[in-house]
Design a protein around this ligand. Structure first.
Ligand code: NAI
Length: 447
């Protein structure tokens, strides 16, 4: 099948590569000319495990191509994916300007019937807007061409995106009527062999499904962070509590890890967008408001612990940070907790000496060159002469470090662990002052 994907970001590029892998002919369109040129040279704009070989293979085989030529893109695909960004507006609602711009582009150039797929995460009612936009441009062009708009939200996880797209848990397809259903089945047939993962519904329900899924996951995290904060006050250990509740299959072990707050391009913006959508309907979403408030506060947890430990005097201190990306296996820094930490440290007059396996280029791009930020090539180098070590992201390589080396390199043996990677008792025995999240005495009375 001939497929066009508008927007070559995390979602568009992975989706395109995976569709090419199963034999669809995919043309990707982006307004970012550098991105398109780089992709043609094999330079992939994002870090995502397994993505580079897939893109290289199918660009070489001709199944995957890249262009800035929107008209060529519209002409190419009987299916047109809209996978552009939907960043938050000033008031937190999703900014639909890029989605609607693509809708206009498709309508401007289409000469034959098309199925237009909303892949971006968009508020309920967006498919109606896409449909109306296309209809109005076609009317101006005095063209009566059939088209369908389908809501097909994406559930991939950054860091595991290729695998998630190759083996989706579910394929949500919201349609206005039966017309596009067969084509959607054919498109996803290669991913739908063992058992039927396609769930058809109306477009509004499909749009809400995406927000409900992300908001549920964010809720689990904020709930656990609240329990962790309580555990600290009550002298309990949240890690024991986590195991205790996770063993109940109604709760499960997934997504109940306490930490220094969720980030990324999706949870913060999607929770916010659903809050705004609710408010626009005159409804106050109390759970979602609390989820957001808890998370915003939790991002200040590590900076607050540091301030407390150093009795408010961080001026001139050097803080080593391990992990900058919002989660492991990605270079994505959007809304990462590390950003709140770094900015708070700078504000207090401290310097940051940081290491991340993938996100250092992105960090440099965001903050530029500054005296109080040193990005180093290894986790060991980050420790040199630092007053404390802070862990923001749970990359595998941070799980079993050489503690003697850490002790030798730091000015004093103190670790602030935003991801609960280590056992407090063991670190106490090794002579560390160890702050973790929600681990009873480790925070109230660090060893
Ligand atoms: P991104 O910001 O990485 O990429 C968006 C791309 O669209 C950029 O390359 C941009 O240049 C391009 N673009 C903007 N306007 C365009 C236009 N008129 N024509 C062609 N290209 C255009 O965004 P990302 O992260 O891929 O997200 C896309 C959507 O998917 C968002 O709605 C997001 O919420 C959703 N989503 C993201 C997930 C993620 O993990 N990143 C997971 C699931 C959904």
């Amino acid at each position: 099948m001939k497929v066009t994907v508008f927007g070559i970001g995390y979602v568009g590029l992975v989706q395109a590569a995976v569709l090419a892998e199963v034999g669809h002919q995919v043309l990707c369109v982006d307004v970012n000319a550098d991105r398109v040129e780089n992709l043609k040279k094999g330079i992939i704009p994002i870090y995502e495990p397994g993505l580079t070989p897939l893109v290289e293979k199918h660009f070489a085989s001709g199944y995957l191509n890249f262009t800035t030529d929107a008209q060529a893109g519209v002409e190419h695909g009987e299916v047109q994916f809209i996978a552009v960004g939907t960043p938050p507006d000033e008031d937190g609602s999703a900014d639909l300007q890029y989605v609607l711009a693509v809708a206009r582009t498709i309508a401007t150039y289409m000469q034959a019937p098309k199925v237009i797929i909303d892949k971006s995460t968009v508020p309920v009612g967006t498919a109606d807007k896409v449909k109306a936009t296309i209809a109005s441009v076609l009317a101006q062009r005095e063209q009566a061409i059939n088209f369908d708009v389908v809501s097909n939200p994406e559930f991939l996880k950054e860091g595991a995106a290729v695998n998630d797209c190759m083996r989706p848990d579910r394929i949500i397809v919201g349609t206005y009527d039966d017309r596009p259903k067969d084509l959607m089945r054919e498109l996803y047939e290669p991913f739908n062999r063992n058992h039927d993962k396609m769930i058809f519904m109306d477009v509004r329900s499909a749009e809400l499904t995406k927000y409900a899924a992300n908001c549920m996951l964010a809720t689990k995290i904020s709930f656990m962070n609240e329990m962790a904060n309580l555990a600290e006050l009550l002298g309990a250990d949240i890690e024991a509590v986590r195991k205790g509740i996770g063993s109940d299959p109604r709760i499960g072990y997934h997504f109940i890890y306490p930490g220094c707050g969720y980030g990324g391009s999706c949870f913060p913006k999607d929770v916010q967008a659903l809050i705004r959508s609710s408010e626009q309907m005159g409804y106050t979403p109390r759970v979602l408001q609390a989820v957001e408030a808890v998370n915003n506060k939790q991002k200040f947890k590590l900076p607050e612990l540091l301030k407390q430990h150093f009795a408010g005097d961080l001026a001139g201190k050097t803080i080593a940070i391990w992990g900058l990306s919002f989660k492991p296996n990605t270079d994505d820094m959007r809304e990462a907790s590390s950003r709140v930490l770094m900015e708070e440290m700078w504000h207090a007059g401290a310097k940051v000496q940081a290491y991340d396996p993938e996100a250092m280029e992105e960090t440099q791009r965001i903050y530029g060159v500054r005296d109080d930020l040193t990005l180093v090539g290894t986790k060991e180098a980050a420790l040199k002469g630092a007053d404390a070590l802070v862990i923001c992201t749970e990359w595998q390589q941070f799980r079993a470090p050489d503690f003697e080396l850490i002790k030798a390199q730091l000015k004093q043996p103190v670790i602030f662990d935003g991801r609960n990677l280590y056992e407090p008792k063991r670190l106490a025995l090794r002579g560390f002052t160890y702050y973790a999240i929600g681990r009873g005495d480790s925070v109230r009375n660090p060893a």
